[in-house]
Design a protein around this ligand. Structure first.
Ligand code: DGJ
Length: 733
């Protein structure tokens, strides 16, 4: 039975998207202006009280041809601002016409409502299982003079506090124009004293939570690196100053896109907040010939009335249930040993076999062969683009080694970096033009490697053909898809001069195309994303790879901050996390083995070290961790996730996951520094059933769910820095 999720009030000219949890209201105002009214907790009816107040505002002009000085497109809350009209906010869209003008005056033309949610062609997006799950409102805004139409897409899910947004631009005119900016969405708020939360960082230091006030002016959070980047994740939240993990309003926005992005937050002269999200307009210029269309990426908008934890839980479910497609998204993720930090480039089959043997003894389930198995890659200066085995390292071929791994009862994973080319490669020697470069200029190396001109189908096909030669053998169970530099020297050789502004976005579309062809051809291969760790950790990537290597920083204490930030948006099962050696190879920190295990068990557990070099005591610890993880991973990977204590603000980090039926919970508390006179700290749990009794599996002590959540328990005093404690509770009633 299909209940309406979207209604249109003819009289008031108001659209209302609603489900049990949320309402989103927008209206057609004077001069066909599409204005924003409300996004938040569900309201049943709307009686017109949010019609934007009329007032003559100095220096905010009025509608063309109108004598009404009380209505201005510069002050009213809008759904989509454009350059060239009387609106001085940072525009959502800019179009360059053949006469050189950028005038664009969008007015309401029509609407339609569809059951379900249409796919976004060539781009990752949230999907629906059936048409009853969601409804989509499509509002057409038109620029009468140029006959450019902007279709604004709004999808509301029946059972989630989520609205998705995207825009399709159609040239129904006679002339070719250039899109210079096309945001996926805009939303405006009046009278909100919002703060902004973002996830900035660096390579090996990704996704730190930052929260700041919004002063008057435009504040930009963006990437122009060609990927979603380590430096600024494509996510932003607007929260009230009093919003905490568990209380207050939180509005989360996640862009489903892995390329250049731009989040613009503006506090205007009337203390209104204006937010645009979309592809970055830096070096962006898209030709739109008559009848051509441009599809923006999609934004996931989440509303939570109960703070950041609830916002994150909504994102986790949405990304897991309706962005990820791989069959592995619901399967227990395998425990991996990866040879990167164990051997780097210095390996051959003889050296790897003992690691496989030891992995088998310890209960590990997959061996991943990382960088260096192909071409003649003994360091990072060569061979990218030559995807055939190095017979010096594997004299009997890769298949022979894969058979060995399988024979030992492990799955076999393989590393690729398909978007790259080295000067020292057969691919470059045969096709120097495949290397992305600006004609007549020397391209800049990064890690001594270069980008492929992926926008060219011929280039993609070459890499695809090379990869399927290896994968068709059927011996590969997992692929780690890496990307170890950002884009520069942007140029697509296939495009004419006046279309080079398309190269960045075409790169991303081409990357998605190549990846999509592979994940479609090999549904039984588990794909992991990676870009020097978490440089492409975004919702778009999750559409293709259900898990991503979260960071090249494997130090457990640095990982607390990284994983805490990551958890704001992305589900635990999406985040791979490995135990590595101590002192840590990235920052030299010495941490206990148990702590490294506890922190890595936050996500998909693996080992990134030479198992053959472990002491007998540490080997026993690995075996213990592996067997423990097998018992809890259903809950830690797929349970409801709660952040309890932030490593950004205190000396502890704590988090927990609860099974859907509330019968089991896993809790981890990490004390960062140790003190001689430590304060007494308590951990209070969340998400349990207050009426159930729970047993601490380690001690067999019994507690009420209400006790664990309201009283909590004292944490043991830490003896030494970086101590972790894990608890596993099971309901006994
Ligand atoms: C960067 C990745 O994040 C590492 O795990 C490793 O695969 C190296 N690249 C290999 O070059």
């Amino acid at each position: 039975m299909n209940h309406e999720l979207i209604t249109f009030d003819q009289e008031q000219k108001v659209f209302h998207l609603h489900n049990d949890k949320i309402s989103y209201l927008l209206a057609i105002e004077d001069g066909g202006t599409l204005s924003h009214l409300y996004f938040g907790k569900r309201v049943k009816n709307y009686h017109g009280q949010l019609r934007y107040p009329r007032r003559d505002r100095g220096f905010s002009g009025n509608l063309p041809g109108s004598l009404d000085r009380t209505f201005s497109r510069d002050s009213i809350l809008k759904e989509y601002s454009t350059a060239g009209e009387m609106d001085y906010h940072t525009p959502a869209a800019i179009v360059r016409h053949p006469d050189g003008a950028n005038a664009l005056f969008l007015t309401y033309q029509s609407y339609r409502i569809e059951d379900g949610k249409p796919d976004l062609k060539g781009l990752p997006h949230a999907w629906v299982k059936n048409k009853n799950e969601a409804q989509t409102l499509i509002i057409r805004l038109e620029d009468k003079k140029s006959q450019l139409d902007f279709d604004l897409y709004y999808t509301i899910y029946r059972d989630r506090p989520v609205v998705t947004r995207s825009v399709q631009v159609l040239n129904n005119g006679q002339e070719t124009v250039f899109l210079e900016k096309a945001a996926s969405m805009q939303i405006d708020f009046a009278d909100r004293n919002f703060e902004v939360i973002t996830l900035p960082g660096a390579h090996a230091n990704e996704r730190h939570v930052e929260r700041e006030k919004i002063g008057q002016g435009i504040h930009v959070y963006s990437s122009i690196r060609g990927t979603s980047s380590h430096q600024m994740n494509p996510f932003l939240a607007l929260v009230d100053p009093e919003t905490t993990e568990n209380n207050g309003d939180a509005y989360g926005f996640s862009l489903v896109y892995s390329g250049n992005h731009k989040f613009e937050v503006e506090r205007d002269q009337f203390n209104q907040i204006h937010l645009n999200i979309g592809i970055n307009d830096f070096n962006f210029k898209w030709q739109l010939a008559p009848k051509a269309e441009f599809q923006t990426p999609e934004v996931l908008m989440v509303y939570s009335a109960h703070g950041l934890n609830q916002m994150s839980q909504t994102f986790h479910r949405l990304i897991h249930d309706r962005i990820m497609r791989s069959k592995f998204k619901d399967q227990l993720r395998p425990i991996v040993v990866n040879n990167w930090e164990a051997t780097y480039f210095d390996f051959d089959e003889d050296k790897l076999r003992p690691i496989v043997d030891k992995a088998k003894d310890l209960g590990i389930e997959m061996f991943v062969l990382d960088d260096g198995w192909f071409g003649h890659r003994d360091d990072d200066n060569s061979s990218l683009g030559d995807w055939y085995v190095d017979h010096k390292k594997f004299p009997k071929g890769l298949g022979h080694f894969a058979d060995y791994v399988h024979h030992q009862g492990l799955k076999f994973g393989l590393w690729f970096e398909p978007e790259m080319i080295s000067y020292d490669s057969d691919l470059y020697r045969q096709h120097p033009d495949y290397l992305m470069h600006v004609p007549g200029r020397k391209p800049s190396p990064s890690r001594n490697q270069y980008l492929l001109d992926l926008g060219r189908k011929e280039v993609r096909d070459n890499i695809y053909e090379q990869m399927i030669k290896i994968l068709d053998g059927g011996k590969i169970d997992y692929i780690k898809w890496d990307m170890n530099r950002h884009l520069s020297d942007i140029y697509e050789a296939d495009l004419p001069a006046d279309r080079q502004g398309e190269a960045y976005h075409r790169y991303v579309l081409s990357y998605y195309d190549l990846l999509d062809r592979l994940v479609t051809r090999y549904p039984n291969i588990l794909f992991e994303g990676c870009s020097g760790g978490g440089g492409r950790f975004d919702a778009g990537q999750a559409y293709y790879t259900p898990q991503i290597w979260a960071s090249d920083n494997s130090d457990a204490i640095a990982r607390l901050v990284i994983q805490y930030g990551t958890s704001l948006v992305y589900p635990q099962s999406m985040m791979t996390s490995h135990v590595s050696v101590s002192p840590n190879e990235q920052n030299g920190r010495i941490t206990p083995f148990d702590t490294r295990g506890a922190v890595a068990m936050w996500g998909d557990l693996g080992y990134e070290l030479d198992l053959t070099k472990l002491s007998a005591a540490d080997s026993r610890k690995v075996a213990k961790q592996v067997s423990k993880y097998k018992k809890i991973r259903q809950i830690t990977q797929y349970g409801k996730f709660y952040r309890l204590k932030s490593p950004m603000t205190g000396n502890q980090c704590a988090w927990m996951t609860v099974s859907p039926d509330q019968s089991e919970a896993v809790v981890t508390v990490v004390d960062i520094m140790a003190y001689a006179q430590p304060y007494c700290t308590k951990t209070k749990l969340m998400g349990l059933d207050p009426s159930k009794r729970y047993e601490d599996v380690a001690t067999q002590e019994i507690f009420g769910g209400d006790e664990l959540m309201n009283l909590g328990f004292y944490d043991p005093f830490a003896n030494g820095d970086f101590q972790a404690k894990m608890y596993h509770f099971k309901a006994v009633d």
